[in-house]
Design a protein around this ligand. Structure first.
Ligand code: NAI
Length: 306
């Protein structure tokens, strides 16, 4: 698998370990996929408990993959899971984890201060040529990189994965104005090498997918607020009329209503050229559901009950 991406055009392979900082939903998925494609990975989180939880997510997901890959062979399934998990080391020390990393992918909480401080430390400890990347959904990549040197900024990118990482094929490769073409090429080669499909884009709010999806979701909520149709009928309409696999309310519940509110509020209030933009104006319906703790699938209730 490694050869597959080291031979892709002029792109250079990412060599060395992959360090993934943050072992939650996204980080554990990224670590799992990299390890499945033969990378040695170190997964970092704040406590042993969080790391064990991350390992649990990976084991559960890998067992599903193994069952599909070796449907009749329980031993082969076990070997596959053990082999992949065997390539993932766990650590509570970011500095130690990035010491020999060729690529560092950050997937910690969505908080600019936390990310900036983390990267200041990572930059001091990572090898000079390492690519440093953030999996942020809603924060400007250039702002996360602000504390770093000009040299570091040349190899600092967004690598935006989608949830659930093992299933979702797309990775947005986000380039700031300060990034080198070589860093973009290296990241693209890495993404292809782990079986994903890259889409390169500039560092603008929402990148490609969320920039289009969030206005769509918000407009769906506004249709509901204006009592144009029920959530069920809007979902049915978009599934059968537009060929979408999920309707907008199913999608909102799946993503998490708190996450949607956090992103649109952020863009509307302080957002990177989007301040006051009507597309991201607050919605009373969304605010009410979030205030009640009805956040979607994860809490058992959102626009629908689960
Ligand atoms: P999560 O809450 O499941 O996981 C975050 C993990 O980071 C937790 O295990 C936490 O203990 C750990 N953490 C927090 N501070 C840390 C630090 N300083 N050092 C090391 N670990 C630390 O969150 P999730 O959903 O995995 O999101 C992580 C990032 O990925 C966020 O930036 C989010 O915007 C982005 N993202 C999330 C998507 C999603 O659908 N959940 C999709 C794409 C990107």
């Amino acid at each position: 698998q490694r050869a597959a991406f080291s031979s892709s055009g002029a792109a250079r392979a990412v060599s060395g370990r992959i360090a993934v900082i943050g072992g939650g939903q996204m980080g554990s998925g990224i670590a799992q996929v990299a390890a499945t494609h033969k990378h040695d990975v170190t997964l970092v989180d704040v406590s042993q408990e969080a790391l064990e939880r991350g390992r649990g997510y990976m084991a559960k997901s890998l067992k599903r993959v193994a069952k599909k890959q070796f449907p009749e062979d329980a031993q082969a399934q076990g070997r596959f899971v053990d082999e992949v998990l065997g390539r993932v080391s766990l650590s509570t020390s970011p500095a130690a984890a990035v010491g020999d990393a060729g690529l560092v992918i950050e997937a910690v909480v969505e908080n600019i201060k936390v990310k900036q401080e983390l990267f200041a430390g990572l930059a001091a400890a990572a090898p000079e040529g390492a690519i440093l990347a953030s999996n942020t959904s809603s924060l400007p990549i250039a702002r996360i990189a602000e504390p770093l040197s000009a040299e570091r900024k040349r190899r600092f990118l967004g690598l935006h994965f989608f949830n659930p990482v093992p299933q979702m094929k797309l990775v947005e490769v986000v380039r700031t104005d300060a990034a080198d073409q070589q860093a973009v090429d290296d990241a693209v080669a890495f993404v292809k090498g782990i079986g994903k499909v890259p889409a390169v884009c500039k560092d603008t709010p929402g990148f490609i997918v969320n920039r289009l999806l969030l206005p769509y979701m918000m407009e769906a909520i506004r249709l509901l607020e204006r009592d144009v149709a029920s959530a069920q009928d809007i979902d049915t309409a978009m599934k059968l009329g537009a060929g979408y696999p999920m309707g907008p309310f199913q999608l909102c519940d799946y993503v998490g209503l708190d996450t949607i509110k956090f992103i649109v509020d952020g863009w509307h209030k302080e957002g990177q050229g989007l301040v006051g933009d009507k597309l991201f104006a607050p919605s009373a319906k969304l605010d009410e559901l979030v205030a009640k703790g009805h956040l979607g699938v994860k809490t058992g209730k959102g626009f629908y009950e689960y």
